[in-house]
Design a protein. Structure first.
Length: 249
């Protein structure tokens, strides 16, 4: 199979960070269980009507149900977390009020970095791509946390902090074109010389296309191993895993 992009035409590859390079879902699950187990350790065994794993699964099912609803109610992510946690912990002897929810997820966030992990093949793929392209990150995540994760996972070998663009520092959140345009300007590259790689169709793919960039969507549920679509004039390649990037460049 011939690659879809070549270093003759493309100079820079931008990546999303969370759930593209870092497996944040795995981090969240492990951190949630850690906090739940710590929280329930002080309880009498007779009060345990639900295991931590069951609570996690209930939380994720409720979250998914709300996210897939045909018409989403105008609630904030914090409100949605509260609704889902209250549902998940309903069988437990605890008053899940907004204060409890805020404290619970602050502890989850603190624990997440203890479980941070890369998707399979990330290191080998970045190493191979770095020989022909400049690599950078465009993320909606917290900049301080992104920097910490870059260092902890030793990603600065390929992506130093000067190539890290976050909505916290560099403008509006994705998919707003301003953050992509800021990254392109700083990297001294044109949109047609760049590619955006991410797991979010709306934030990464549509956002990049609106800035004139081609994109690669990592979508594990894609039926074909690799497929191609268009958003206007922009090319969008759909792959199942990070490792398949080696077949697109």
């Amino acid at each position: 199979m011939s690659p879809f992009f070549s270093p003759i035409r493309k100079k820079v590859i931008f990546f999303d960070m969370n759930n593209t390079i870092l497996d944040r879902r795995q981090c969240f699950d492990s951190a949630f269980l850690e906090v739940m187990n710590d929280f329930t350790a002080r309880w009498d065994p007779g009060e345990m009507l639900f295991t931590a794993q069951e609570a996690l699964q209930s939380y994720k099912m409720e979250w998914s149900r709300h996210r897939k609803a045909p018409i989403r109610s105008p609630i904030s992510p914090d409100e949605l977390r509260h609704i889902c946690l209250r549902k998940a912990l309903q069988p437990m002897p605890v008053n899940v009020n907004p204060v409890f929810t805020r404290s619970f997820f602050e502890q989850v966030e603190e624990q997440e970095d203890n479980f941070v992990a890369l998707f399979p093949g990330v290191e080998d793929t970045l190493e191979a791509l770095s020989h022909n392209y400049k690599l950078a990150i465009i993320s909606n995540g917290n900049r301080k946390r992104l920097q910490s994760n870059l260092e902890k996972m030793k990603l600065t070998r390929w992506i130093d902090q000067d190539r890290l663009f976050s909505s916290e520092k560099d403008g509006p959140r994705k998919p707003h074109p301003a953050i992509f345009e800021r990254a392109l300007k700083t990297m001294s590259t044109a949109s047609n010389q760049s590619v955006m790689v991410g797991n979010s169709w709306r934030n990464d793919v549509v956002g990049a296309a609106s800035s004139g960039m081609d994109a690669i969507w990592i979508h594990p549920g894609n039926i074909k191993k690799i497929s191609e679509r268009r958003i206007g004039k922009q090319k969008v390649i759909i792959i199942r895993s990070f490792k398949q990037l080696l077949y697109t460049f």
